[in-house]
Every structure is written in C-alpha cells, then in structure tokens.
Write a protein that binds this ligand. Structure first.
Ligand SMILES: Cc1cc2nc3c(=O)[nH]c(=O)nc-3n(C[C@H](O)[C@H](O)[C@H](O)COP(=O)(O)OP(=O)(O)OC[C@H]3O[C@@H](n4cnc5c(N)ncnc54)[C@H](O)[C@@H]3O)c2cc1C
Length: 401
C-alpha cells in the first residue's frame, strides 16, 4: 500500500494532532501515522498554562477544551515539615493577559477534541495501527515506512513531522541521540476520587517533602467526588507491578487513614522521567516536535506546554514554506529557537521544581527556594512577573519577522 500527501505527521498524541490540524486548516494534505489503534488516554498532562491558551484559541479549540475541562487560578505550596501553606494565584495576571487562568483537562480528552476538529477536514486523515519502522529522504521527498498488521505500508511526502513521543522512531531513524539523563526515581500518576472535595486545598498543590513529595491537582470539578491527580515519586528499583499495592500507604500518610480508605482509584501509571533533548530538531525534510524532540520531568507542567508551543509555530512556518511564502530557513529558526527554549528554560526550571518539591531535605535551601512564593502571595507585581515565565517558553510566530 502506498500513500501520497504533502506532510506526514508521526504520532497522534496532542503534538502530532495539533500540527496536523494547523496544516489541514491551511488547506494542506496531511496524514497522521499512529501505532496505537485508538487515541491514548493514560494519565499524563492535566494542566495547560495560561500562556498556551491563545494558541488553542487561534486553532479554534479553546471553547471545546474549556467546556470539557475547567479554568482555575489558585496554586499552593504546602510544606509537610513545618505545616506552612503558601497560597498564590493567577489573579495577579488579570488585566495584563488575555487568559489569566490555567486550563485543567486530561491529555487524552484534549487529544480527542483536537482529533474531532481534524476529522472535519477531507484533506486530513489518521492511519491508526500503523507503526513507523523507517524514514529515508532525498532532495525531493521523505519516505516513511510503517507496519500495519504485518503489512508494509509506504508513505511519501514533502515533509515529515516526528511527533511520536520520547522513544521516537523518527528521531532514531535520523540517528539522532537523545542527549541528557534519566532520573533514578519513578513518578507515579494516580487519578483518584477522594471522599470529599479536598476543602482548603488549592486546585494545584505542590506538597513539599523529602519522602512524601507530591503534586496534587484537580482534574474535574463536576462535583464533590471530582477527580484529582495525585503524582508522587518512588524508587525505580521497586517492582512496577507493586505500584497499586503501595499507593494506600502514601495516601494514608498524606491525607489520613479515613480519607485514604474512602479514596477510589480511576487510573494509575508509572513513568521514568528524563531531561533529554535531540541535538537538532531539523534534519533536511524532517522536523521534530513535542516529546520526540525534548523530554522533561513533569514538575511544573512544562512537557506538553513545550509541545504546544512547538506546534503553534511549526505548523504555520511549514505551511508557509510549502505554499512558497517563506523559504525553508524558517524551519532552521524553528529548530534552533525551540531547542534553546527547552535547554535554557523549560528543562532547568522543571529540574528546580522537582528539587524543591521532592528533594527538600536541607531546610535552609528549602526556605530560600520558598521565599519567592511567599512574596508572590503578597506582591501581585512580583507574582505577575514570576507567572510570566511560561510565556517565555513560547516562540512567537516566525511569519511576523
Ligand atoms: C505523569 C505526567 C504528568 C504530566 N503532566 C503534564 C502537565 O500537566 N502539563 C504538561 O504540559 N505536560 C505534562 N506532562 C508531559 C506530557 O504528558 C507530554 O509532554 C506529552 O505527552 C507530549 O505529547 P506528544 O504528543 O509530544 O507525545 P506523546 O503524547 O507521547 O504522543 C506520541 C504518540 O506517538 C505514537 N507513536 C510512538 N511511536 C510510534 C511509532 N513508531 N509509529 C507511530 N506512532 C508512534 C504514540 O503511540 C503516541 O500516540 C506530563 C507527563 C507525565 C508522565
């Protein structure tokens, strides 16, 4: 079987689907190639920073996304050792930015919304159950080979976007290393329903503790038994299959035995965490985006934030190159700017967040690191400045220069 299209996108995760949607909206013929047989719904991203919402709006997704999820402003750091709670919020951004709130929505639900928009375009399609096995290119085109139920499928296109996640087959086919390191710990993401609505808890709480450090985030606010994400860390040498058995002990210590006993588990998944990046996000006619290009530990929610910002700028630039409105040097600019944003900003900030939440054994250092949040809670100017950080992860449109 052979397919011909202008762009192939590897991976129907949020990054791949967003790129495909942006290209389809520009009238380009695009095929997404996905190894899974249906959209993925493992517990992963849940929080999208305020700064990413303009892009969702430009792509026509904002309304559906906010209806499926919810918008919120509050944050807290809770320090187990001292009992201190530091509350702050995105109210500080009101009057300064278009969307002074974050969106909370499961990544799987977001991907399904993007997919439903993509499906409106006759010039776009998703090939489910197609696992990419190889990529070659020449001056004129890229050839992608995939395995579909034991059959070899070949796709030829002018351009390929590799958005096939951290273990990207596209990146490997390009012989690019994934430079950086993997953390020794395991993150466990559990979607749980508490017996109450967590009165007094911020909807995003960083639970600061050397042993019980956690990130506790509300996923849906549809009622008193709404869904929360409880993300904690354990030693990766512990057997993965024991994760569910070990969960109640963590819940008991943080929320008390009564709450733990009444808590039900909707979904759970263990993850290894990385700080890694490809050395370049462009090789000839192949571009990398999202986790295929860069992977970070999720403390602070910068992983998909970077994938969203990659997508917003890439689909527009690639569309302009294909339609002759820009020369392909704009794709080099994409590659350089996105990699720099990851290496110099997203990755170090995620590492610092992980350090504070999960490795806070030194009370002097912890106190110093928490000081900025204490000041944010009383100084809206400072809060706005600090909360503006996620906007600096964005690459503005390359078409406006
Ligand atoms: C616990 C946890 C919590 C997180 N929370 C947040 C958060 O709140 N905010 C945030 O911004 N980020 C968060 N992240 C990070 C976020 O989940 C990732 O950055 C995001 O999944 C990246 O999306 P992607 O589309 O680039 O890659 P993926 O979601 O990994 O999608 C890649 C797709 O490619 C497909 N694929 C893989 N190999 C092949 C192949 N050979 N052929 C064809 N298809 C293939 C896969 O099946 C998959 O569908 C979190 C991550 C974790 C683990």
């Amino acid at each position: 079987m052979k397919y011909q299209q202008q762009v192939v996108v590897a991976g129907a995760g949020p990054t791949g689907l967003l790129n495909a949607l942006g290209l389809a909206q520009q009238g380009l013929d695009v095929t997404v190639v996905e190894r899974a047989s249906e959209p993925q719904d493992a517990p992963r991203a849940i929080l999208y920073h305020w700064s990413t919402l303009d892009g969702l709006e430009r792509l026509g997704l904002f309304e559906d996304a906010t209806q499926a999820g919810f918008l919120k402003q509050d944050y807290a750091h809770y320090v187990r050792d001292t009992g201190e709670t530091i509350n702050y919020g995105l109210q500080a951004l009101e009057g300064r930015v278009t969307h002074p709130y974050n969106l909370h929505l499961g990544q799987g639900a977001l991907a399904k919304i993007i997919l439903s928009h993509l499906e409106q375009f006759p010039n776009a399609r998703v090939l489910w159950g197609h696992k990419i096995t190889g990529v070659t290119q020449d001056d004129a085109a890229v050839t992608v080979t995939a395995d579909h139920g034991g059959n070899r499928v070949e796709l030829r296109a002018q351009w390929l976007i590799g958005a096939d996640g951290a273990s990207s087959a596209v990146r490997q086919a390009l012989d690019l290393p994934f430079e950086g390191f993997t953390w020794p710990e395991r993150f466990v993401a559990a979607n749980v329903r508490f017996p109450d609505d967590r009165p007094g808890w911020a909807q995003t709480t960083f639970y600061v503790d050397e042993v019980l450090g956690a990130i506790i985030v509300k996923i849906d606010n549809s009622g008193p038994h709404g869904l929360w994400r409880y993300t904690y860390m354990e030693d990766a040498v512990l057997p993965e299959e024991g994760v569910v058995d070990r969960l109640p002990r963590f819940l008991e210590q943080i929320f008390g035995p009564e709450v733990a006993a009444g808590t039900t588990l909707d979904a759970i998944a263990p993850y290894r965490m990385h700080q890694r990046s490809a050395p370049t996000y462009r090789v000839g006619r192949v571009l990398l985006a999202g986790d295929a290009a860069h992977a970070t530990n999720p403390s602070g929610g910068f992983g998909l934030t970077m994938g969203l910002f990659d997508s917003y700028v890439l689909n527009e630039a690639l569309g302009a190159v294909i339609s002759g409105q820009a020369d392909d040097s704009v794709l080099d600019a994409y590659a350089d700017l996105r990699r720099t944003a990851f290496i110099t900003k997203a990755s170090p900030r995620a590492t610092a967040n992980k350090q504070l939440i999960f490795h806070s054994s030194d009370p002097v250092r912890r106190d110093k690191d928490l000081e900025v949040f204490r000041r944010m809670s009383v100084d809206p100017e400072l809060a706005a400045e600090v909360l503006y950080f996620t906007k600096t992860l964005e690459t503005p449109s390359l078409m406006r220069v």
